[in-house]
Every structure is written in C-alpha cells, then in structure tokens.
Design a protein around this ligand. Structure first.
Ligand code: PBG
Length: 332
C-alpha cells in the first residue's frame, strides 16, 4: 500500500506543505459546486413561509419562493434542489392520501420549478411523514408500521412526482421493497429516465430534530422510527441495504446523517463504487450555526471543511443546507 518512505531528512513531509503552490499541487480532493444538492422547504400554509427557528438562514418557501430558489441554483451552478413539504395539519391523515395528490404542495412546486428553470434537477422525498397524522414514514395499523401497504402508497406518491416532472426520486422511508416497486412503476409508466437516489443507509438519528421543526412534524411523531431506520451502532447492515437497493434499481445511494457517519460513506464507496451521497442533516447544520452565532466557530471555514470531509470520505456529492452559501464561496 505505502511506498517505502526514506528516513528523515531525505523525507521531509513538510516540504510539500511549504507554499500555497505546492499545497495546491499536493491537494487530493477539491470541492465543486457541481456536487451540491440543496434541500429546501416548501409550504402553502399562510404565514408559514418564515425562517425555521432552529435552522438560522433556512426559510420555508412558497411555490414562488421555490421558483426563485431554482433560479438562484441555476445562477450559482448548483445542479439539483431537493424538496420537502411543510403541510397544513388538516392535510395530515391516517391514510396519508395527500401524499399522492397531484395538486399537493410538492407536486405544484415541481411543475412550477421545471417550467421556469428546466435545467435544475428536482429531487423529491418519498415518505409519508409530512402527510401522516402520526408523523411516521409508513402507515400505522394497531400501533405497527405496516411495510407492504406503505410501499403501495409510496409508489403512488412517486408516480405523482414523476408525472409532475421530478428528475430524482428520493425514497427516505426505509421500508423493504420500495426501490424495486418504484422502479417497476417507473418502467411501466414510461419514466425510464427518472432516477432513484435511495436513502439506503438512513439511521434512526437524533440529528433530524430541526428538520422535524421545519416540516412541522415535531409534535406529531408518536414514538420513534427505530423499527425502520437503522441502528447507529451498525455498518455491515448499511452494506446489505446498499446492495439490496442497487439490485432493486437504485441509481444512486445515500448515507444519512453525514459527518457522524463518514466511515459508512467510505465503506459504501469502497465496496460498490457507485454514485454515493451523504446528507449533511438539519442537526449538523444547526450545531454549526449555533456555534457560529456564538462567535465560537468561523462560518465559512467550518462549512468548507465539513464539505471537504465528504469528498475525502469518497462521496460524489452532498445534500446540504449550506449549498447556496458554499456555492457563493467556491464559485461556479
Ligand atoms: C423524512 C425525512 C427526514 C429527513 C429527511 N427526510 C426526517 C426523518 O426521517 O425523521 C431529515 C433531514 C434532516 O434532518 O435534515 N422521512
């Protein structure tokens, strides 16, 4: 693995760090705007299009605001935006019917964004939680999250998103069998080029707290998500999930959260060599921003160093709330 390293002073590893030019030449990884996916929150609830209190600088947007985000992404060179809906509590039911309504907030935003800025790829989230009265990603029957009926709902949800013009479907629900079912639907419906980025290794994490504020699920969730999201203690299991999702038709796979799970990113990339992404989640963003707000960390440096860490760990790209700020610094 390692070449023979002659002893000091023949080898002085500091030589290659001694000037900016040499450091540039020796640099192994680089950040590119082209590797960023920008998650945004959309809503049509009057008055809800405000800053998310636990995510400074992140605003819920109306459909018009989402179109503006797409224009901003295009001008910054960010290739993709991922949409998450904040729904009115009156749309959240036990049956989650709103999830596959062609006129729901996500599908209206997709159509408006694709009409205005077709070159920006739109990724969706496929999970029932924004539409579920109990805040779970799956249907709940007698206190249990039922897998196979949920998958039928997810297929209807994915179909509506593909018909609205989504480029990337992002199943984040962690049900078994959903990737194959979505892929079968896409092929049958003539959506051969719609891609799937599977949230393959999604952990039952405490780092999603601010996101649940952002989508209004905080009070709604009954219990926890441990019967479907992964145990943070595991990583062999992540490889099984990735293998399974690839076999069922995923084009890209994701590890989530990000920084605390870089070891998993590296294992996935080394084992499969497929397009691999990490999600730097809301809690990671909130932690950094809280320290920045206290004057304890430098915003720009911490942001860029954390994004570089994903590249170093083998990720092809990263979903990050920092996307526009990072893009402004990195340049297109
Ligand atoms: C919904 C979903 C979640 C996130 C993305 N999709 C929350 C959850 O699973 O509870 C979290 C994203 C973030 O924290 O930034 N299934």
């Amino acid at each position: 693995m390692h070449p023979i390293i002659p002893p000091f002073p023949v080898t002085r590893l500091r030589r290659m760090r001694s000037t900016p030019a040499l450091r540039d030449l020796a640099q192994e990884n680089r950040l590119s705007v082209k590797d960023l996916i920008w998650p945004i929150f959309v809503t049509d609830v009057p008055g809800a299009d405000v800053e998310v209190s636990s995510m400074p600088g992140v605003f819920r947007r109306t459909v018009d605001g989402a179109v503006q985000a797409a224009e901003e992404a295009a001008s910054l060179g960010i290739p993709a935006i991922c949409l998450f809906p904040y729904t009115d509590p009156s749309c959240r039911t036990e049956g989650c019917e709103e999830a596959w309504d062609p006129e729901n907030i996500t599908n209206r935003a997709i159509r408006a964004m694709k009409a205005a800025v077709p070159e920006v790829a739109i990724m969706t989230d496929i999970a029932l939680d924004p539409f579920n009265a109990n805040g779970h990603d799956g249907l709940v029957r007698d206190g249990m999250i039922v897998n196979d009926e949920t998958v039928e709902c997810l297929v209807k949800m994915g179909r509506a998103q593909a018909e609205a013009g989504a480029d990337i479907l992002g199943p984040s629900d962690m049900m078994d069998g959903r990737i194959g079912a979505l892929r079968t639907m896409l092929e049958a419906d003539g959506h051969q080029n719609v891609t799937i980025m599977s949230y393959s290794a999604k952990y039952a994490s405490a780092f999603y707290g601010p996101f649940r504020d952002a989508v209004g699920a905080t009070g709604a969730l009954k219990g926890d998500k441990k019967t479907y999201q992964m145990n943070p203690a595991n990583s062999d299991e992540a490889l099984r999930l990735v293998a399974r999702d690839l076999e069922e038709g995923a084009d890209m796979v994701m590890v989530k959260p990000g920084l605390p799970y870089l070891d998993v990113c590296r294992r996935v990339k080394d084992a499969f060599g497929v397009p691999t992404y990490a999600y730097q989640v809301s809690g990671e963003y909130a932690m950094a921003m809280a320290a920045v707000r206290n004057g304890w960390l430098d915003h720009d440096k911490v942001m860029l160093e954390s994004l570089m860490a994903f590249r170093r760990a083998g990720c092809d790209g990263v979903l990050t709330y920092f996307a526009p700020a990072a893009a402004r610094l990195i340049g297109a």
